[in-house]
Design a protein around this ligand. Structure first.
Ligand code: SF4
Length: 382
């Protein structure tokens, strides 16, 4: 079960605790010039950073923004970044699909991926001519770690007649072995399109068993999957939803499709992080809860000041490896350059292009809620 917090920012921005030392160690001070440069930015994070903490953070922010300009670099910030990164230094913000599209199109020499490693690989796959940096090599992902390219080759040997869809939360090696990628914004659309193309009634969707089960409930296509899970979303359960409804009558409950199916059954709305953010913006519910990673609620709350948020806090430890300090360091020293073998990159790009070439929807697709969870076949690793 998730740790439930009734109100206030779901997870405190960790940076201020370290930022004073971090700025000092890098010879950065909060002088008049930094103050003038950053004063306009403070209101963007005023709910997360106190006025006392701001002089510790502002020099890091000013320096990152200065180096970005000097080096023609951009920062792609995932929705799960803490608000200091998301709102103060991120040039493009969104879910992994939105960021992948930006990586391919953006006019920049350097991309800093404020997200986890598979996202930086996706940027490199789509923008090989750009230098892609990941601020921390420890920013992994339990889903990406759950399956390898060798696993997919074995699946293909075992089930040669079925197309294999990989969620984008996988390594380049895995993408290179699969026929098409999907995100939580388009998973059902991708499954139906590839089933039609292959004239198959069955599709293998790896590695997230919960996403696969949730997609299976939305489509007539038979889906097989892999025993992977997101260590953040798998902690939610239907009991959390019931407790939230009891404690907060009238609350609207939104869930991410990496949550187990009983959560989506009990929720009011489900979709990718982009779909959840759109829902809050379009509907302005009186009181809402987002069953996903902590920082997402903080970032959506900052953009919807009239909405009351109840914040169940499940932190992604991998996303939290990214800090203002290591963003600055990787940009200054050009550290942690992401490289991918060209043969792997070309094959992985074909799988991503197959997804990007599907008709673009105006908005990320929502998952129907209230559907009975489905039992689907989980492929064994042996
Ligand atoms: S939230 Fe889950 S899927 Fe996203 S990076 Fe963290 S472990 Fe991976």
């Amino acid at each position: 079960m998730a740790r439930l917090i009734d109100s206030g920012p779901g997870c405190p921005t960790p940076t201020p605790i370290r930022a004073a030392n971090a700025s000092e160690a890098r010879g950065l001070v909060y002088d008049d010039a930094v103050k003038a440069e950053t004063d306009a930015l403070y209101p963007l994070v005023k709910d997360f950073v106190t006025p006392m903490e701001w002089p510790a953070i502002a020099p890091l922010v000013a320096e990152i923004n200065r180096i970005k300009k000097a080096k023609n670099a951009v920062i792609l910030a995932h929705n799960y970044m803490t608000p200091d990164i998301f709102r103060l230094v991120g040039d493009f913000r969104g879910d992994s699909l939105q960021l992948a599209r930006e990586a391919a199109e953006v006019d920049a020499d350097i991309i800093v991926q404020a997200g986890v490693h598979f996202m930086a690989e996706t940027s490199k796959i789509l923008a090989p001519e750009k230098t892609v940096l990941i601020p921390s090599l420890e920013a992994g992902c339990s889903l990406a770690a759950s399956i390898t390219g060798a696993d997919v080759r074995l699946i293909k040997q075992k089930y040669p007649d079925y197309p294999i869809v990989t969620y984008v939360n996988t390594t380049a090696d895995v993408k290179a072995e699969c026929h098409i990628t999907c995100t939580s914004s388009n998973a059902a659309q991708v499954v139906e399109a590839i089933a039609k193309e292959w004239n198959s009634d069955t599709v293998i969707l790896v590695p997230d068993q919960y996403l696969a089960k949730n997609v299976a409930a939305q489509t007539d296509i038979r889906i097989m999957t892999w025993p992977g899970a997101c260590e953040v979303h798998e902690l939610f359960d239907a009991e959390d939803v019931n407790q939230l409804r009891e404690a907060h009558p009238g609350v609207v409950i939104l869930a991410h499709p990496e949550c187990p199916p009983d959560v989506l059954e009990a929720a009011d709305f489900a979709g990718s992080t982009a779909a959840l953010a759109n829902y809050v913006k379009d509907n302005s519910p009186n009181k809402v809860v987002l069953l996903t990673e902590c920082s997402m609620s903080d970032n959506v709350a900052a953009e919807n000041p009239g909405v009351n948020f109840v914040r169940p806090c499940n932190l992604c430890p991998h996303m939290k490896r990214i800090t203002l300090e290591n963003i600055l360091d990787c940009l200054t020293k050009m550290k942690h350059v992401v490289e991918i073998d060209e043969d792997v990159r070309v094959k992985a790009k074909a799988a991503i292009d197959a997804m990007l070439n599907l008709p673009k929807t105006d908005k990320p697709l929502a998952f129907k809620t209230g559907l009975k969870p489905m039992d689907i076949e989980v492929i064994s690793a042996s």
